[in-house]
Design a protein around this ligand. Structure first.
Ligand code: GLA
Length: 411
């Protein structure tokens, strides 16, 4: 029998593991998927909904429990050198942007929660493009967390773990929201999930069988460090400032509620009235940031409804509107992201938008299965043909299949 690509990759990973860890064998495999966010960008850290699905591409952690407090990680990608450390409630950080921080973040958080833990020897491999806005870093955090929990025979309820890992990941310096961890843990095969926060909940909608979500990578890395990290954190601050100003300018008979949260402000007034009020109270660019957040929230609910009734055209229009808002009001797009979006639409996509934080990374486009070949061809000819693709084209241009959340398997 010819071994499938997946089992060949597994054999290769086991061989790499043996080499890295003195001939020992891994006993388990912890898997965590990346995600593509279909709509609802930069809303999660404001406590507002998002609508992602997990990808078939994932982070794999082959591991073997140890019976001391040491943790040793090797990576199948030579770009990431080995990292080892001692488990403790205060693990010293690596430099910002170092992959070791995504190993340390879940380990420190779990020791804080559970007390002293036993460590592991692990090899990380990944089928997700790095720094592409498909959440390879949160997938790594989740896969490591599940491996460490398994090693210590502890179970933590899924949503609790997702919340905890979202907080844990801020150890790396990015003030992220909770979308990536929640979908990587809680996704279901064939479904997209609307995620609500405070408290965390997932509401699943089946992806219609003829819908195709295409992911196309600009091949510009959206690093979660350096300039992109600073710009991301700044957007988060601006959202807080906008909310603060909306609330501080309240009059005695003000239509806004007393509690200053986005979700309460949004549910207190019809969208048009809220935007008019914001127009009076907010200076640029806070007005633009605020407008993106509140209109994007409405689009999330409309998009989930559209998917539920199989209304591809409406879903596509909402994606287009989301991209426009991210481009002009939130200012997180780039020339290359705009180009890919344009090409996808011209090729016959019902809609397209940047996905993830922006500043590089990927777009997601939606089309009916009948138009798939044309959209893929438009992207390939218009974008990838004149650029150097590092590796295979299908690693940067592919159809996303809604996959299951994280799991641990004995080997
Ligand atoms: C990154 C963060 C998420 C979310 C998106 C933007 O992926 O990790 O929490 O804020 O950006 O929607």
């Amino acid at each position: 029998m010819i071994p499938s690509a997946e089992s060949r990759e597994m054999e290769q990973a086991v061989a790499t593991y043996r080499k890295a860890f003195g001939g020992t064998e891994p006993t388990h495999l912890s898997k965590a998927p990346g995600r593509v966010n279909l709509i609802g960008e930069h809303t999660d850290y404001n406590g507002l909904p998002v609508f992602p699905m997990a990808l078939q591409q994932e982070v794999n952690v082959h591991f073997r429990p140890r019976n001391d407090d040491q943790v040793r990680f090797s990576n199948g990608n030579p770009e990431f050198p080995p990292r080892s450390f001692t488990l403790s409630p205060e693990i010293p950080r690596e430099e910002t942007g170092d992959w070791g921080n995504y190993l340390k973040a879940p380990c420190q958080a779990l020791v804080e929660r559970l007390g002293p833990l036993e460590g592991l020897d692990a090899l990380v491999t990944s089928t997700l493009p790095v720094a592409s806005g498909l959440s390879s870093s949160s997938a790594l955090v989740i896969a490591v967390a599940r491996a460490l929990l398994h090693t210590n025979r502890v179970e933590v309820p899924t949503l609790e773990l997702a919340d905890e890992m979202a907080a844990a990941e801020r150890y790396t310096g990015t003030q992220g929201g909770g979308m990536d961890q929640a979908i990587s843990l809680g996704a279901s095969d064939g479904y997209a999930s609307r995620i609500e926060f405070d408290p965390l909940r997932l509401f699943q909608t089946a992806v219609p069988p003829t819908w195709r979500f295409i992911v196309a990578h600009t091949m510009n890395r959206a690093e979660k460090s350096g300039a992109a990290q600073a710009a991301y954190n700044r957007r988060r601050e601006e959202c807080g400032e906008a909310l603060g100003l909306m609330w501080e300018s309240r009059t005695t008979d003000d239509p806004l509620p007393r509690t200053p949260t986005y979700s309460e402000i949004i549910s207190s007034l019809p969208l048009e009235e809220l935007l008019a009020l914001a127009g009076d109270r907010l200076p640029p660019p806070l007005l633009q940031r605020f407008r993106h957040i509140v209109t994007e929230t409405e689009r999330v609910y409309e998009a989930q409804d559209a998917m539920g009734r199989g209304d591809l055209l409406t879903f596509g229009l909402l994606m287009d509107a989301s991209h426009e808002s991210l481009r002009s009001d939130y200012e997180v797009s780039s020339v290359e992201l705009d180009r890919l979006v344009e090409l996808a639409r011209r090729g016959g996509a019902a809609g397209a938008r940047l996905t993830g934080a922006g500043f590089g990374g990927c777009i997601v486009a939606l089309c009916d299965s009948r138009h798939l070949d044309e959209v893929m061809a438009a992207l390939e000819e218009g974008y990838y043909q004149d650029r150097e693709v590092p590796g295979k084209l299908e690693e940067v241009l592919f159809v996303a299949r809604p996959a299951n959340g994280a799991s641990v398997h004995p080997l």
